[in-house]
Design a protein around this ligand. Sequence first.
Ligand SMILES: Cc1cc2nc3c(=O)[nH]c(=O)nc-3n(C[C@H](O)[C@H](O)[C@H](O)COP(=O)(O)OP(=O)(O)OC[C@H]3O[C@@H](n4cnc5c(N)ncnc54)[C@H](O)[C@@H]3O)c2cc1C
Length: 411
Amino acid sequence: MLPVLRGPVEADVAIVGAGFTGLSTALHLAEAAPGLTTIVLEAEEPGFGASGRNNGQVIPTLTRPDPDDLVARLGPERGERFVALVRDSAAFTFALIRRLGIDCEAVQAGWIQPAHSPERFERVSRKRFEQWSRRGAEVELLEPRRLAERLGSEAWCGGWAARTGGHLNPLAFARGLARAAVARGVRLFARSPVTGLERRGTSWRLATPSGSVEARRVLLATAAYSGPPTGALARTFVPFRPWMLASEPLGENVRRSVVPGGEAVSDTRADLRFLRWTVEGRLVSGGALALPLHERARLGRRVGELLARAFPPLAGLRFAFAWTAEIALTPDRHPHLLALGPELYAWIGCNGRGVALATALGPHLAALLTGGDERALPLPLERPKPIPLAGLAAVLVRLALPYYRWLDSRP
Ligand SMILES: Cc1cc2nc3c(=O)[nH]c(=O)nc-3n(C[C@H](O)[C@H](O)[C@H](O)COP(=O)(O)OP(=O)(O)OC[C@H]3O[C@@H](n4cnc5c(N)ncnc54)[C@H](O)[C@@H]3O)c2cc1C
C-alpha cells in the first residue's frame, strides 16, 4: 500500500496527479536524472482519474486536428516534431509496456476508425490516411468491402486504420507505471491531495492535509481533475464525462464474428460509437455523451441496441459494468503545454485521446523538469487562457446530444 504524505519534505521536482501523465513523467525523470528527488502526490490512488477508467484504446492520432492542422498551427519544424510524437505514441506505449514488463492485457492489434457515411469516408478517412501516410505512419485505407470484413459488419462505409494502435487494461497499466516509477526511486504518495500551492522564494510549497513538499519545479498532471489549488489551469478546459460499459465474457462464436482481428474501434461520429474486446472476451464500449447517474440503464440499453444493429451476433447484449470519469476538452480541441508560473507546468486537452499521448509526453515533460531547453519541446509553452463562462460551457456540453446527432446526420 502506498504511503500518505506526512510532515514536510523537500524535492527537486513535485508532480501532482498519478495518471499516465504524472507517472510516465516521473518514471522517465527517474531514469534520465536518477540524482534528482521526484515526489508524486496523488489525491486518491494511481489511476483514479481518467487513466484508470478510460476505454483502453491506444490511438496514435488526436480526436480532431489532423497532421496538416498541427503543422499549420505550430509551424513546420515544431509541428512535424509533434506530429511524429503523435504518430509514434502508440508504438512508444506498447514498447514501454514490454520494456517494463507491465501485465496490463496489452494487445497491439491496431486501431480502426470506421466512417459513418460515404461522405465522411471520402472527406475524413481518405484525408487522414493520406496525411498520415505522407508522414510515414503505418496506416491503411479500408474501402467499404475491406472494412466490412475487418469489422464483421456492413454498418459503416469504409474507414482507415493505424496498425500501431491497440488496447490495454488502463488501470493495470497505471498501476504498472506506478510500480516501475517507485522501483526507480520516485516517492509516490497516495491519498495526499494538494490543497494549496504557493511560491516561496525560488521554490514552490505544496500543502496536503498532513504534510507539505517544497520543490523547485512542479508539474500539475491533474488534467480534468484540476481543482482550485491548480489556479488558472482549472479554467482552461471543459470537463466532460462519457460512460464506459463492459459485458460479461461472450462466447467464442461471437468473438470470432465481431471485430475478429481484435482491433480497437472508434468511429467518426460526434456521438461516438466505439468498442474493443478484453483478453477474457468482454466487450467494452460506452456512450460518449454525459448522462445523469439514474440514466445508466437507459444508456446500456441504447448502446446494446446500436451495437446489435451493427453486429447481429450481439443481439440481446447486456452490460454488467458501467463507470465514468472526466475528460478535459479544450475549445480548439488541441492539447496545450502551459507555463503557469516560474517552473510550474501543466499540459491540458487530451480531448479523449490521452492513453498514448500522455504516456509519450512523459519523456518530454521530464526533460522540461530537468531544466531542458524549451525549444526542444514538441509543443510551445503557452500562458493559460481561461475560458470565459467555463462553468456554463460545462453545463452546455452535457446537453449537447441533439446537436451531436444533428452533426452526425450531415454529410
Ligand atoms: C471515460 C473515458 C474514456 C476514455 N477513453 C480513452 C481511450 O479509449 N483512449 C484514449 O487515448 N484516451 C481515452 N480517454 C482519455 C484518457 O483517459 C486521458 O487522456 C488520460 O488518462 C489522461 O491522463 P492524465 O494523467 O493526464 O490525467 P488523469 O488520469 O485524469 O489523472 C489526474 C490525476 O490527478 C489527481 N489529482 C487531481 N487533483 C489533485 C490534487 N489537488 N492533488 C493530488 N492529486 C490530484 C486525480 O486524482 C487523478 O488521479 C478517456 C477518458 C475518459 C474519462
